[in-house]
Design a protein around this ligand. Structure first.
Ligand code: RB5
Length: 149
């Protein structure tokens, strides 16, 4: 599985921890940022999101201070279903029910152990399909009605 990961300065440390944690088991592309110098999260969110929609990656992971800015920006890319996740139950549910394709985490919110558990839970869960497919089609309809597809 190919994963693209990115962060801003607020998520640097956790992003590096996640890269180390995943790199033996997955093909991980780290698009930065690579230092604590202040940067703007939307460009990293866009690059990770586009890597998923253009199929360079299967899934994306974004880290900032809260995960929220990254999710707001990533969800502007049509076809992206980015979820901010703070617990393992939601990590599993958002893959099974929402087929989320980008995971957004907050370094200033989550401890490292929980964050890694969330990543593992999210990556090992699968979309359940069935009734959830219809709901995702309805989400897609919103993008169509805005001329985004
Ligand atoms: C950066 O200070 C911080 O605003 C950013 O990492 C993120 O939390 C935004 O949502």
């Amino acid at each position: 599985m190919k994963i693209t990961i990115g962060c801003d300065h607020g998520g640097l440390r956790l992003k590096e921890t996640i890269v180390q944690h995943l790199k033996e088991r997955y093909e991980v592309t780290d698009i930065g940022t690579y230092s604590t110098e202040s940067v703007d999260f939307p460009s990293y969110a866009e690059e990770v999101a586009r890597s998923v929609t253009n199929k360079e990656a299967d899934l994306g992971i974004l880290v900032c201070g809260t995960g929220i800015g990254m999710s707001i920006a990533a969800n502007k890319v049509p076809g992206i279903r980015a979820a901010v996740v703070l617990d393992c139950f939601s990590a599993q549910a958002t893959r099974e029910h929402n087929d989320s394709n980008v995971l957004c985490l907050g370094e200033r919110v989550l401890g490292e152990g929980l964050a890694l558990r969330i990543v593992d839970t999210w990556l090992s869960a699968e979309f359940s399909g069935g009734r959830h497919s219809k709901r995702l089609a309805l989400v897609e309809n919103i993008e169509r009605s805005e001329g985004l597809r």
